[in-house]
Ligand binder design. Structure first.
Ligand code: NAD
Length: 428
């Protein structure tokens, strides 16, 4: 089955249903939590540089806000769908709950190809998004952030548009802003670093020194770059990274058996996380097909790009050497592949825990904005490592205690916390 045959929202519901059954949630609670509370579907007309008007379809979806305001990024991607955004908003609810921050789950998306748009067109798209959705977001309602295809500059345009509409300053309406404009130091690194904080603790529990391990990574954007950086700083060896190539409309894997030099690769990638093929070749990288990141003889796989990348169809070609899969992306493993991963005894750090560093730091950003006092980077990263390690240990310990897969353990913790909040509010 190809990756496009999977519906991420169905995946998210299948995962939820399994845990709801395990927890014996009553039917009202199940019906409430297996779908979003609120959805906005809208169009954004944008004046393009050539004078034409292009209409983009967009979404803002809030899965649950029982534990606090909705929270979640906005993705700009050509293959965005309502169901992808629904799934991601649901995963945000579980993510905020598993790291125990007082926020709910939301997500936004625009069907567009930001790599094909000028800076002016992107700015008009960002401002147009806010003009359509301003009444449904806010620092006490639902707080957007960057995600795939958006960046701190997009967040500033969006915050500026929101403040222009509201006629006052609301730095807490959006996170992932540039440092100096209400952004937190460490936010850029947070998601990738959070992944590696979990990995570091897991390897310690498995009694495997980081320095003896190797990894292959899908993606070389924000998350993948910082995961690769911290992992190599700790002594690990990244053998291969894959990324999308816009000019050829295909993905490539860049491999160096002796270990990739992350600074070198960062130096030849563009702002969308695409590595220059010609320059990589001249630096001695093997250029392989995009899917080859998955078949490398490594200890650790870090899917950090798209959903539905590891499936029963391609899992048999995953090396027997692989001991750990860190789901840095959202939904990179399909639910029907989980039993195969479990059977092989591979330790899987589930997405909504593995990539929770970003939202944890976004929460820190809000706390700092509220205080109007900003921490230095070391303080942010220390608090981040503490929060991620604490959340990881709770999941790992529960998985051991109940003899369940780490994804199920994470869901048990998160769904229990959310259903407790729903119950104590008297909603169900
Ligand atoms: P990004 O836009 O910075 O980078 C995406 C990367 O994926 C790029 O290197 C791109 O070339 C690559 N890519 C796209 N299609 C590919 C393909 N077919 N094969 C191989 N590589 C491909 O995005 P990001 O912010 O790094 O996010 C990556 C993933 O992590 C997404 O699933 C996102 O939802 C998730 N995530 C991001 C954050 C965050 O803070 N940025 C937080 C939590 C989860």
């Amino acid at each position: 089955m190809s990756a496009t045959n999977y519906n991420p929202f169905e995946n998210a519901q299948i995962q939820f249903d399994g845990v709801a059954e395990f927890l014996k949630l009553d039917s009202g609670m199940r019906d409430f939590l297996r779908q979003p509370m609120k959805e906005a579907h809208f169009t954004i007309p944008v004046k393009m540089d050539d004078g034409s008007t292009k209409v983009f379809n967009a979404f803002r979806i809030r899965h649950n806000d029982a534990r606090g305001p909705g929270k979640g990024g906005i993705r700009f991607h050509p293959h965005e769908t309502a169901d992808t955004v629904r799934a991601l908003s649901m995963w945000m609810t579980w993510k905020c709950a598993v790291v125990d921050i007082p926020l709910g789950g939301g997500k936004g998306g625009v069907i567009c190809d930001p790599q094909e748009m000028s800076s002016g067109e992107l700015e008009r798209l960002c401002r147009g998004y806010i003009r359509q959705v301003w009444s449904q977001i806010g620092h006490e309602v639902d707080i957007p952030a960057p995600d795939m295809g958006t960046n701190p500059q997009c967040m500033i345009w969006m915050m500026d548009e929101y403040e222009a509409i509201m006629g006052a300053k609301f730095p807490g309406v959006i996170t992932g802003k540039p440092v100096g404009m209400g952004g937190s130091l460490g936010r850029t690194e947070a998601t990738g670093y959070g992944t590696v904080y979990c990995l570091k603790d897991l390897l310690k529990k498995m009694d495997i020194p980081v320095g003896s391990t190797s990894a292959s990574i899908q993606g070389f954007g924000n998350v993948a770059e910082y995961a690769a950086r911290l992992y190599t700083e700790l002594g690990g060896k990244v053998i291969a990274v894959s990324c999308w190539n816009q000019a050829d409309k295909t993905a490539y894997t860049f491999k160096k058996a002796a270990g990739c030099n992350i600074d070198e690769l960062v130096g030849i990638k563009d702002s969308f996380g695409s590595i220059d093929v010609v320059k990589a070749k001249s630096l001695g990288y093997e250029i392989l097909p995009g899917d080859d990141w998955l078949i490398q003889d490594v200890d650790i796989l870090i899917p950090a790009a798209l959903e539905n990348q590891i499936t029963p169809a391609n899992f048999p070609s995953v090396s027997q050497k692989v001991k750990v899969i860190c789901e840095a992306a959202n939904g990179p493993v399909t639910p029907d592949c989980d039993p195969l991963i479990k059977d092989r005894g591979i330790m899987l750090v589930p997405d909504f825990l593995c990539n929770a560093g970003g939202v944890t730091c976004s929460y820190f950003e809000q706390v700092q904005c509220n205080m109007n006092y900003f921490w230095d980077k070391a303080e942010v990263l220390e608090k981040l490592e503490y929060a991620m390690t604490k959340a990881f240990r709770a999941v790992y310990d529960l998985a051991n205690e109940k003899n369940v897969y780490m994804r199920d353990a994470a869901y048990i913790i998160a769904i229990n916390r959310v259903s407790d909040a729903v119950k104590s509010r008297g909603w169900v």
